[in-house]
Write a protein that binds this ligand. Structure first.
Ligand code: WQD
Length: 339
């Protein structure tokens, strides 16, 4: 019995969540090949991964928007499963440039699925997002929560992507799991990989660490008039390493043919909600750095509160978070100090 597992393709594998997932795949003995177009990542991440695991993953710089390049890749590689991260992911930018988002997030998914089905690659893990729920009616959010009309083209590409995959699994020998991430933060404890926002950070944690490092003058807190205990918005911040491990659990479920449906959906969060001020206070507790911040108006499109009911993932994937908000903030700060 060949206990060497098959090759796993990780698209967007040099990105934030992708790189942390490649590390966990290699730790589990999988052979990994990364496709990344380096449009929102850096080639140095490949060295970071290699320095953690001692194994350099195969890397192909390739634009998934090229149907012929995607076809050629599958002709050259024998792939057993695919974890698909590659996509544009800035909510605000997607409002300004919708066609860039539909081309980069949907067309590429279609080319990938065409080649997977043509080459009988039967296992797909799809990077989805809690953003598909919009402002859920009930908290914590379960996978049965209704899918609300998307608030941004980015969120819409995740909803449409899930639908495209679902329809494809119905008529092909393809099983898929969509992991709906809550808010991924932090970095690997080796401080060799982490979040690398290019330009002014849109997300909270990189803005917090850059403010603490003096790169940004102060943090703007987008609204303190929400119907929450301290008035600031609540999210479910999950350590990126816990999130990466959820991909391994999901992949093993498909490879072991343990999935109960052709397509399954799991909320991947900690199950705990933290407000923006909770994060600011936790950051000070962990790093002893008090942040300069000011309260400004709400950000367009923000929801009040989102945190996951993780019982389905806990039960079916045999996965649960092990790291805390403080662990994640500590790792994010150590990573920032290294930049
Ligand atoms: C978190 C909270 C802000 C910045 C989005 C996408 C999601 C995923 C993560 C891609 C909110 C507040 C933020 C700042 C602030 N995207 N904030 N000042 O919007 O929950 O989720 O990014 O994978 O799919 O929807 O994350 O980090 O932008 O904001 O007060 O400078 O922090 O208002 O309450 P968000 P975020």
């Amino acid at each position: 019995m060949n206990n060497k597992k098959g090759k796993i393709l990780v698209t967007g594998g040099l990105g934030f969540i992708g790189s942390h997932t490649v590390v966990e795949l290699q730790n589990e003995g999988f052979e990994v090949v990364i496709i990344d177009d380096l449009s929102n990542s850096r080639i140095e991440v490949l060295d970071g991964i290699t320095s953690i695991t001692g194994v350099k993953p195969a890397f192909v710089q390739l634009d998934l928007k090229s149907k012929s390049l995607v076809t050629g890749f599958f002709e050259d590689h024998d792939i057993e499963g695919v974890i698909h991260f590659a996509a544009s992911k800035a909510v605000g930018e997607s409002v300004q440039e919708p066609l860039k988002y539909y081309e980069n997030n949907i067309t590429t998914l279609i080319y990938l699925l065409q080649q997977m089905t043509a080459n009988r690659v039967g296992n797909l893990i799809f990077s989805s997002s809690c953003t598909v729920y919009g402002q859920a009616d009930e908290l914590p959010i379960t996978e049965k929560a209704s899918i609300k009309p998307a608030e941004s083209p980015y969120g819409n590409t995740k909803q449409i992507g899930e639908e495209i995959i679902k329809d494809t699994t119905r008529v092909n020998d393809l099983s898929a799991i969509a992991l709906r991430y809550f808010n991924p933060i932090g970095g690997h404890d080796s401080i060799k990989i982490g979040e690398l926002p290019i330009g002014v950070p849109q997300n909270l944690i990189p803005f917090v660490t850059q403010t603490a490092a003096g790169i940004r003058k102060e943090l703007s807190i987008f609204g303190d008039d929400y119907p929450t205990p301290d008035g600031t918005a609540i999210r479910d911040y999950i350590h990126v390493v816990d999130l990466a491990k959820a991909h391994i659990s999901a992949l093993k479920r498909l490879l072991g043919k343990k999935n109960k449906e052709k397509m399954e959906f799991f909320n991947i969060g900690t199950g705990k909600g933290s407000s923006v001020l909770d994060v600011v206070n936790a950051f000070k507790k962990v790093t002893n750095v008090a942040l300069n911040y000011k309260i400004v108006g709400r950000r367009e499109g923000d929801i009040v509160s989102a945190y996951a009911d993780t019982s389905l993932a806990n039960k079916e994937l045999g996965w649960k978070t092990k790291l805390s908000l403080e662990d994640a903030l500590n790792s994010a700060w150590k990573w920032q100090l290294k930049q």
